[in-house]
Design a protein around this ligand. Structure first.
Ligand code: ZN
Length: 256
């Protein structure tokens, strides 16, 4: 589902809130971006011009078609990796919001192949198995690492498959979900669970401990359902937005 009944203006306001939240929580920094599908035209999406998420305002949000061509560029600079968004929206009609991050805690997992699995109740939304996309597999040219066109973007979308999370080796991650609150929650959960798992791995390695307690598949399903409950999501959204200093941008989901 997408946020029900939102106007384009409200969708843009929520997108700016998402940018600020993801920056404040440390998921994105100078780089990284978040988009959402256009609420009135599923063949378009909304994404900022090339600007760090902490600095994005409503005026920066642009419309793109699913080839990631801007509808009205007006001389503005664009994110080099916007093809991520167009390719995933094209491949996944169920997806309405996408985050691309270079979150540092994720990097060791794709670099070593150590599975990134949930060990924390709020890590459940990342799922039991997080796939890894390595640009070298489909593009062994050794001439770049970014998703700068639809050929590379389609390769990534294929690896994401029907999932909500995919790690990008040596790079970061993409997170794709049915609405922007779910995408923001999953992006934060992915990064925080990675930090906790790394700490746990260090303890097991240095203390000679053989076991590590991962969530079971049943726990993952139940806790994801709870986290994606609109009441729970709204509570977290309001909290994150307030922490990020944009409580004035809040649009109550439940009253719309
Ligand atoms: Zn990137």
């Amino acid at each position: 589902m997408s946020e029900p009944g939102q106007s384009v203006q409200e969708a843009i306001r929520d997108l700016v809130t998402a940018c600020r939240i993801l920056d404040h929580e440390g998921v994105v920094d100078a780089l990284g971006h978040v988009s959402r599908r256009h609420p009135e035209d599923p063949d378009r999406y909304l994404l900022s011009c090339s600007r760090s998420p902490a600095l994005v305002t409503e005026a920066d949000i642009m419309e793109f078609d699913l080839d990631s061509t801007p509808i009205d560029q007006r001389g503005r600079s664009l994110y080099a990796e916007r093809a991520i968004h167009g390719c995933i929206y094209r491949a996944r009609p169920d997806v309405n919001a996408i985050c691309h991050s270079h979150a540092r805690p994720l990097i060791p997992f794709a670099a070593t192949g150590l599975p990134l699995k949930p060990i924390w109740v709020m890590g459940a939304p990342i799922g039991d198995e997080v796939p890894i996309w390595d640009i070298r597999e489909d593009f062994p040219h050794d001439d770049g690492m970014l998703i700068v066109n639809d050929t590379v973007g389609s390769s990534l979308a294929k690896r994401l498959g029907a999932g909500r999370v995919c790690l990008l080796a040596g790079h970061g991650a993409v997170i794709a979900e049915a609405n922007i609150r779910r995408t923001v929650l999953t992006a934060i959960s992915l990064m925080t669970n990675a930090e906790l798992l790394m700490q746990s791995r260090l303890i097991t390695a240095t203390q000679g401990i053989q076991t590590l307690r991962y969530l079971t598949r049943g726990e993952i399903t139940a806790m994801t359902e709870l986290a994606f409950n609109p009441v729970t999501l709204e509570r977290m959204w309001v909290y994150w937005a307030t922490r990020a200093g944009c409580a004035d941008r809040l649009i109550p989901l439940l009253s719309s």
